[in-house]
Design a protein around this ligand. Structure first.
Ligand code: ADP
Ligand code: ASP
Ligand code: MG
Length: 812
């Protein structure tokens, strides 16, 4: 014999009920069926009873809604010819329910006893309706009122079951009946015949009692998910069903919030070694979860992750607590007398503080009781008034075998720490089967996903990207990400998701990842761009492994980095402004990055995609010392001086460089040398020198008029007028067989930039196109420098440099 329980969503509407009928029909042995109220009905009943107790006529509307839901379900399920009797019975029950609600409304009050009477109609109606439908499908199905066999005390709302009397009644029922019986879940009765309920979610428990009392072969819990998952599948998308689990582990998971099973359910079946299957009514072919005694044959450590929301912390502290016996005893006794359930006790950090976790709804009451109990000590200043905090949650790792393994809690806390989840308290293992921590409610989703990633998806790490700037470089980057996504996941176990996008006009977000085939449309549909609200959104989303990517050249964007780093959000940028700003600002960003464990990477600030900064970092980290740097760092100036050969005027060559996208939108930034100054500044700083931009000498090759130009147009005009100046410079170099290169030098702590005539045979002589070259002279490379050379400008190489930084964050 089997006991099958169908939860609220499995009987919520006609199609669901049809699915349950097919499941029952496919059983070969005799079956008892337990049903919950139609999904949502218990909530409506509770709402109606509260409305009635406030004398609010809204209860009548709610009652109507309840009636209509049931009648419509009947009409959809049962052939018209057979409907009359069923409709009649339902209307009769609704009338009785109405009288109870009227009663509550008349006296303007609701007692727990009356409330149980009212909510019991959810299951009374559903069990009747389901059995009537089964019969109309030709099954022999009767209804058995659970109140006749499940006996409880009168603790209304969550009555305690008297097991031996209950089991006896069940055994007798089993002996006396055959065929299919449908039972209302959740409801029971006291010895004096009053209706009681077993607590929210209690239909699971009804089914467990029936299975134990009737010594069923198996208890099947049919619900709306395919088993008990490694974490709540509604919060953790990557969660997956646990095929096999032990009773103890399942109990622990359900105690810690896995609502799929009501916690008391396991005890009665465990005692009789009856296995529990958790199955999906809407996907009966999926294997689901089997809970039984040998549920962990492979000895796995962490089986699941769960959380308990709405937790409050209560701490009692004071100088008068040290060495005074009996204080904790009084504290706990006070809470117990006030009916407050202690969810956990946290590790006391010192002798003069006690801290407990309780249900947030009882915080006020607990605070009052404790302050009253210690009024004397508080008045004398020996103990401080109790400190109560709310808005917290417990997250827990659960598994039988965890106690035998070291390092799990270290892994748990470091994963949370890396993701900026603040741990408020460590809950002392209520059992050896879990490790739990108290965190802010707002961090729950991120924490669950972080832990799930750390313990169940070790292979795949998700990086959540927030991209500002989708111009030339940004668009290429998005394209590269789109093309590499699959491969990165397969080869490097990195999953890249672009969650936020912004340009200067619009911004848009999508937690599950923006489709990179159509990001332009998606961005177009977004809201008005605003850097502050962008930051607020990124923070509020609170995702794990977040990265801000700045593809702009904007100072307003670069001035926001500190805020992100302080939230442990990594920053990857091709914008040079932050690293070439005041030394103080640069070094603050570097230290925030260390302090908050967030990467701050800017490889593309020098030499676009060339691995210049990364190489330099490795040199310095491995103990080498940079003495001198000589470099050609401007793709744009290279292009200009490689193209200028006295034939075309200089101004025209600059115009061509602009048109081909080799310069900044304002060519003065390149031609004045400021761009190169910034780059050599960054290299010097990364080599460990504290330098500022105004300490770099820059002897401009531009004539005075061009230097003074106030607009781009004026500037180009000045270049045209001064063609002679440039031609002379070229001729001089040419005559001595040299070529003009714009060179940056850092030597003995000093930096300079300027145009040089480079003789044949020199490392810089053959530099073509937009190539960059950097020579590092270090203690290990004193004579023959370490050389890095290659294309140092262009949107594509810059985007791939950014991409490499993103991967570096991922591999950290
Ligand atoms: P029923 O109405 O069938 O009793 P419940 O809503 O009580 O269903 O329980 C099923 C729900 O439990 C799922 O929809 C899911 O959101 C939630 N849940 C929470 N934790 C877990 C978990 N670890 N595994 C599966 N489901 C879980
Ligand atoms: N209908 C009740 C509830 O919603 C019992 C159950 O569904 O298990 O809590
Ligand atoms: Mg349930």
């Amino acid at each position: 014999m089997k006991v099958l329980k169908f939860g609220g969503s499995s009987v919520a509407h006609a199609d669901a009920i049809r699915a349950t009928q097919k499941i029952v029909a496919s059983c070969e042995q005799s079956v008892w069926v337990v049903v919950s109220a139609l999904g949502g009905i218990t909530d409506l009943l509770l709402e109606a009873s509260l409305a009635a107790s406030r004398k609010d006529a809204k209860y009548q509307e709610l009652l109507k809604e309840i009636e209509v839901r049931h009648l419509e379900t009947v009409k959809a399920l049962i052939p018209p010819g057979n409907q009359a009797a069923v409709v009649g019975e339902i209307k009769g029950q609704i009338n009785q329910l109405e009288s109870l609600l009227e009663g509550a409304s008349l006296i303007g009050e609701i007692t727990p006893k009356l409330q149980d009477g009212i909510v019991s109609y959810g299951e009374l109606l559903s069990s009747f309706l389901v059995a009537a439908y089964y019969r109309s499908e030709g099954m022999e199905a009767g209804v058995k009122d659970s109140r006749e066999i499940i006996l409880t005390d009168e603790h209304y709302g969550s009555a305690r079951v008297q097991q031996s009397a209950t089991f006896k009644a069940i055994a007798e029922l089993k002996a006396a009946t055959e065929g299919i019986l449908v039972f209302p879940g959740f409801i029971a009765a006291s010895a004096s015949g009053n209706t009681t309920t077993l607590g929210r979610g209690g239909s699971d428990f009804t089914a467990a009692l029936l299975a134990a009392g009737a010594e069923a072969e198996i208890l099947e819990i049919w619900t709306d998910v395919s088993g008990m998952y490694t974490a709540n599948p509604r919060t953790v998308k990557q969660a997956r069903p646990i095929p096999l689990i032990s009773y103890e582990e399942a109990m622990e998971l359900s105690h810690f919030g896995a609502k799929v099973l009501y916690p008391p359910t396991i005890q009665p079946v465990l005692e009789r070694a009856i296995p529990i299957a958790i199955k999906n009514t809407f996907a009966p072919e999926s294997a689901g979860t089997l809970i039984h005694a040998d549920g962990n044959p492979e000895g796995r450590t962490v089986r699941g992750i769960s959380h308990v929301p709405d937790i409050g912390l209560l701490s009692l502290e004071g100088p008068g607590m040290v060495g005074v016996p009996g204080i904790s005893m009084r504290f706990f006794q006070t809470l117990s007398e006030a009916g407050i359930n202690i969810v956990f006790i946290t590790q006391a950090s010192s002798e003069h503080s006690i801290c407990v976790g309780i249900s947030q709804s009882q915080s006020k009451q607990a605070e009052k009781a404790v302050n009253a109990a210690f009024a004397y000590e508080i008045e004398r200043g020996n103990i401080h008034p109790v400190v109560s905090e709310t808005g917290l949650a417990i997250i827990a790792l659960v598994g039988d075998q965890m106690k035998e393994h070291q390092g799990l809690s270290g892994k748990m806390f470091s994963a949370l720490g890396r993701n900026n989840v603040n741990i408020r308290a460590i809950a002392q293992g209520a059992s050896e089967r879990n490790i739990s921590a108290v965190i802010d409610q707002a961090d729950v989703k991120k924490a669950l996903n972080t832990l799930h990633e750390a313990f169940f998806e070790e292979q795949v790490k998700q990086l959540n990207l927030f991209i500002v700037g989708v111009g030339n470089v940004g668009a290429r980057l998005l394209d590269q990400i789109r093309r590499q996504q699959k491969l990165l996941k397969k080869e490097m176990q990195l999953q890249l998701r672009v969650v936020g996008l912004s340009n200067s006009r619009k911004m848009n977000f999508k937690t599950s990842g923006i489709d990179l085939e159509s990001w332009e449309e998606y961005l177009g549909e977004g809201e008005e761009a605003d850097l502050e609200s962008f930051f607020q959104r990124v923070s509020a989303l609170n995702l794990r492994n977040p990265i801000l990517i700045d593809n702009t050249a904007s100072e307003t964007v670069s001035s926001t980095y500190a805020k992100y780093l302080k939230r442990s959000i990594s920053v990857v940028t091709c914008n040079k402004l932050a690293c070439s700003s005041a030394y103080e600002n640069y070094s603050q960003l570097k230290s925030l990055s260390r302090q908050y464990g967030a990467s701050f990477l800017f490889e593309t600030n020098v030499g676009a995609g060339l691995p210049v900064i990364d190489t330099l970092k490795n040199l310095v980290l491995s103990g080498d010392k940079v003495r001198k740097i000589r470099a050609v760092l401007s793709g744009s100036l290279n292009f200009v001086f490689n193209t200028y050969n006295g034939e075309k005027p200089f101004a025209e060559v600059v115009g061509q460089a602009m048109a081909e996208g080799y310069t900044e939108p304002d060519p003065r930034i390149d031609l004045s040398g400021s761009d190169v100054m910034r780059k050599i500044l960054i290299l010097a700083r990364e080599s460990g020198y504290s330098l500022d931009i105004d300490e770099i000498s820059n002897e401009s090759f531009l004539p005075a008029k061009a230097q003074a130009a106030e607009s781009i147009a004026d500037f180009l005009q000045a270049l045209e007028a001064e063609e002679d100046h440039f031609a002379k410079r070229y001729e001089q170099a040419n005559e001595s067989g040299a070529r003009l290169k714009y060179v940056a030098v850092f030597d003995s702590g000093k930096a300079s930039v300027g145009l040089e005539a480079i003789p044949e045979g020199h490392d810089f002589y053959n530099l073509s196109g937009s190539d960059n070259i950097v020579l590092f002279y270090t203690d290990r490379y004193p004579e023959q420098p370490l050389v890095i050379k290659g294309a140092g400008a262009g949107a594509d190489v810059t985007a791939s440099g950014l991409f490499a930084d993103i991967i570096r964050v991922g591999n950290k």
